[in-house]
Ligand binder design. Structure first.
Ligand SMILES: Cc1cc2nc3c(=O)[nH]c(=O)nc-3n(C[C@H](O)[C@H](O)[C@H](O)COP(=O)(O)O)c2cc1C
Length: 307
């Protein structure tokens, strides 16, 4: 099976989990490429593996109880398929994906891709206002983490006060292994896909409706980034990491200029090395997520066990 995974990851959680899933797919004897929609435009999707059975993956964080707007735009550019191509949806989220899977599955269905499965891995929140308005990471978070690993059902509640207690553990990695195996089995045997709404039932009431209702301009307003010209080193990284090309840079001696296309993903804020970017409720020094911890990296970065 020729597998292509579309990836978006603002701060690295989804990238880590996706690379792990890709390794497991390869370990099962299948080709698998990961295409980062923010930086890698090299694969010609129209000529993707037309001769052999294909499997599409769509991997991204949940943002505002829905998939990132940038991923929706990438999916809109996929070539239409007939007969249908099986697909799987992979997400990381801090506690509640809401309408994420149903929205993507419906969009894919309209283009001839059938979502045969969806899975999310719980990961620390990288939403800056959340990280500021939470309890300090140490020392009490250790207690939160112990509770979270003993009773995973408590993670959602705990994540509201300690964003880092939603770090995944070995049980989450095992669940991802099982998901990948199930998807491969499903796709190889051509089993019928479930209805988009039945891929995932939201746990928190109202989040499905909130995800459906969220508009890009509302997300942009929630972020409203500013770039401090004194701190900005003109490195251009923010321009590169923006998945929707929302930062213009007409004069390289001046900071880039945020534009109306912004969809509020905060990638530029997190990745700016000189901390020149601030946003609504989040001054430049605060609320940054440094990316997956060493523990998370060792969990998902060490290669896969055999299938
Ligand atoms: C703008 C924004 C909105 C978010 N909204 C949600 C949400 O609705 N539900 C949730 O569980 N997590 C939410 N998160 C947390 C991310 O989904 C989570 O931290 C994810 O692992 C980040 O993945 P990445 O490192 O690949 O970007 C949000 C994060 C950001 C930056």
């Amino acid at each position: 099976m020729d597998t292509l995974i579309l990836l978006q990851s603002a701060t690295g959680n989804t990238a880590l989990v996706t690379e792990y899933a890709a390794m497991r797919i390869r370990a099962g004897g299948h080709a698998c490429r990961v295409l980062d929609i923010a930086s890698d435009q090299s694969i010609d999707l129209h000529s993707w593996g037309a001769e052999q059975p294909r499997l599409l993956g769509v991997a991204c964080p949940t943002q505002y109880f829905r998939p990132p707007f940038a991923m929706e735009r990438a999916v809109a550019r996929l070539p239409d398929q007939d007969p249908p191509v099986p697909a799987f949806l992979l997400a990381t989220a801090a506690g509640e994906p809401g309408a994420h899977f149903a929205m993507l599955a419906r969009q894919l269905e309209a283009k001839g891709y059938q979502a045969v499965g969806a899975h999310w891995v719980c990961a620390p929140s990288d939403w800056p206002p959340h990280r500021i308005a939470c309890l300090p990471a140490q020392p009490i978070a250790a207690a939160g983490r112990a509770v979270a690993s003993r009773w995973p059902g408590m993670r959602l509640l705990l994540s509201l006060i300690w964003p880092d207690v939603t770090e995944p553990n070995s049980g989450d990695r095992d669940a991802l292994d099982r998901f990948v195996d199930r998807v491969l089995d499903h796709a190889q045997h051509g089993r019928p896909a479930p209805a988009p709404e039945s891929l995932y039932r939201p746990f928190v009431p109202g989040t499905y409706q909130m995800g459906l209702a969220m508009q890009a301009w509302q997300a942009r307003k929630a972020t409203a980034i500013r770039i401090d010209p004194d701190r900005c080193t003109r490195c251009g990284l923010c321009v590169k990491v923006c998945p929707v090309d929302a930062l213009a840079w007409p004069d390289e001696s001046q900071p880039p200029v945020p534009g109306e296309a912004c969809t509020g993903c905060w990638a530029c804020y997190h990745r700016c090395a000189s901390r020149a970017i601030s946003g609504w409720f989040s001054p430049a020094q605060l609320g940054r997520y440094r990316g997956p911890s060493r523990h998370m990296r060792s969990l998902f970065g060490r290669g896969v066990r055999s299938t």
